[in-house]
Design a protein around this ligand. Structure first.
Ligand code: PSV
Ligand code: MN
Length: 394
C-alpha cells in the first residue's frame, strides 16, 4: 500500500498507546539458566532509560508497567513517579508480586494458611496505594496460585478465598482505578491453576466489583484456543480490560508479538475494530506488552513489537466491515474470508513510515535504533556495574 493511511486510520493509530513492561529490559532466562546481555538493564533507572528509548523511537509508549517488589526505589512511590516523569514517561499498571516469597510456596490468596492469605492481601492493598501515589489507575493481578497434584487443594475453598480477597481489594481501590484480572491455564502450577481461563477470571471479576475486568495475556492459552473469540465475547460483555501481548509456540513462551502467528494478531485487532465500530469510540482497554526476551536484544525487541502492533492494527482497520457484514448476511463464506485476507495481505509498511515521519518520528524505528549507538553506550555504562555486582557475569 503506497497510498497514505486514511485520516481515520492515522488518527486511531496515533491514539494506540502500548505499555512497556519494566521486566522486559532486564536479563531473564529459563529454568535451565540465564544468558546475560551486556546492555540489559540492571536497575530501575536502566529499565526506565530503555523504556524512554523505545518511546523516543516510536512515540507510542508513554507508560511503563512495574512489578512492585522488583521496581521500587528507596524513595518509594513518589520517587518512582519522578524517575518516570524525568524521562517523559509515566508509571502505568501496578503489578503486585505474589509468587516469589518463600511464604507463597503453597499459594498467596488461596493459601491454606490464613496469615499468608492476609499477607498477600496486604501486599495488594499496598500496591493499590502505590498506584494512588504515582497516579496509576490500573492494577494488574496475576496469581501463581494453583496445585501440582490431584487432591492437593480444595478448588471450591480456594475459589471462595479468591472472591473474598478480590472484593476486599476492590473496595479499597480509588474510584478511578480498574482491577484487571489475568488468567493462565498452567505454570508454575502443573495440575490446576486457581484462575485458569477467561471464564474463571470473568466470574471473579464480577464478584470483585464493577471496576474489575479480565486481562487477556495472549500467551496464557492452551494450544488451539480461539483467542479472538474470547476478545469479542468479553468486549461485548464490557468485561475486556486489556491485553498482555506476546507470542508463543508451545506454552507461555514470551516470544515477540506476531513472531509465530501474525494472522492471529490481525484477528485479535479485528475483534477490537469491530467492537470499536459498534461502540462508536475507542475501547477503554489497556494495550500492554508482557515479554521478556531471553535471546533478543531487549530494546530492539520492544521496538519490533510496537511496530508489529501498529502494522497489524492498521491492517485490521483496512477490513471493510460493511462488506464483511454483507457477506456474512448472505452466508458468503468465501467473500467474508477474502475481506480478511485482502486486508491482511496489504503491505502497510510504507504508509506507516510516512505516517511516522509526519509525526516527527523515524520512518523506521528499528533501523534508527540500530544506528543510534544506544546499545553500545548502555553496555559501556552497565557492564562495569554488572561485573562488580555479580561474580557470575562473564
Ligand atoms: C505471568 O506469566 C505473567 O504473564 C504475569 O503477567 C506477570 O506479571 C508477568 O508474566 C511477569 O512475570
Ligand atoms: Mn502477563
Amino acid at each position: 500500500m503506497h497510498a497514505p493511511l486514511s485520516a481515520a486510520i492515522a488518527a486511531r493509530l496515533s491514539r494506540l498507546t502500548i505499555e512497556l513492561p519494566s521486566w522486559g529490559f532486564a536479563d531473564t532466562g529459563t529454568r535451565f539458566g540465564k544468558f546475560l546481555q551486556d546492555a540489559a538493564a540492571l536497575t530501575l533507572d536502566d529499565k526506565l532509560d530503555d523504556a524512554a528509548e523505545v518511546h523516543r523511537l516510536t512515540g507510542a509508549c508513554p507508560s511503563v508497567a512495574i512489578h512492585v517488589l522488583w521496581d521500587m526505589p528507596p524513595g518509594g512511590a513518589l520517587e518512582l513517579a519522578a524517575l518516570a516523569h524525568a524521562r517523559g514517561l509515566r508509571i502505568g499498571s501496578i503489578n503486585p508480586t505474589l509468587f516469589q516469597d518463600q511464604c507463597y510456596k503453597h499459594g498467596s490468596v488461596a493459601n491454606e494458611d490464613q496469615s499468608v492469605r492476609r499477607r498477600a492481601i496486604e501486599h495488594i492493598l499496598a500496591s493499590v496505594e502505590i498506584g494512588r501515589a504515582v497516579g496509576s489507575d490500573v492494577l494488574v493481578l496475576w496469581f501463581a496460585d494453583g496445585t501440582n497434584y490431584p487432591g492437593q487443594g480444595s478448588v471450591v475453598r480456594r475459589k471462595r478465598w479468591f472472591a473474598d480477597a478480590l472484593r476486599e481489594v476492590h473496595t479499597a481501590m480509588p474510584p478511578s482505578m480498574r482491577m484487571l484480572i489475568e488468567y493462565k491455564p498452567f505454570e508454575p502450577a502443573f495440575y490446576h491453576t486457581d484462575i485458569a481461563d477467561w471464564g474463571m477470571a470473568y466470574v471473579l471479576a464480577k464478584a470483585a466489583g464493577d471496576r474489575a475486568r479480565v486481562l487477556v495475556d495472549t500467551g496464557h492459552h492452551l494450544p488451539g484456543q480461539n483467542i479472538e473469540q474470547i476478545v469479542s465475547f468479553l468486549a461485548d460483555e464490557q468485561m475486556l480490560g486489556g491485553f498482555h501481548f506476546n507470542d508463543r509456540h508451545y506454552a507461555d513462551d514470551d516470544l515477540t508479538m506476531g513472531s509465530v502467528d501474525p494472522y492471529r494478531v490481525f484477528r485479535i485487532f479485528l475483534a477490537i475494530c469491530e467492537a470499536e465500530r459498534e461502540l462508536g469510540r475507542d475501547m477503554p482497554i489497556e494495550f500492554m506488552i508482557d515479554q521478556s526476551h531471553n535471546l533478543k536484544p531487549k530494546v530492539e525487541a520492544m521496538v519490533q513489537t510496537v511496530m508489529t502492533a501498529q502494522e497489524y492494527f492498521a491492517k485490521a482497520m483496512l477490513v471493510d466491515l460493511t462488506e464483511l457484514n454483507a457477506a456474512r448476511a448472505a452466508n458468503d463464506i468465501v467473500a467474508a474470508e477474502e475481506c480478511l485476507k485482502r486486508a491482511f495481505a496489504t503491505d502497510v509498511r510504507t504508509a506507516l513510515a510516512t505516517w511516522r515521519v509526519s509525526r516527527g518520528l523515524p520512518a523506521d524505528p528499528l533501523a534508527a535504533h540500530r544506528t543510534s549507538g544506544y546499545v553500545a553506550s548502555a553496555a559501556a555504562a552497565r557492564l562495569p556495574r554488572k561485573k562488580s555486582s555479580g561474580g557470575s557475569y562473564a
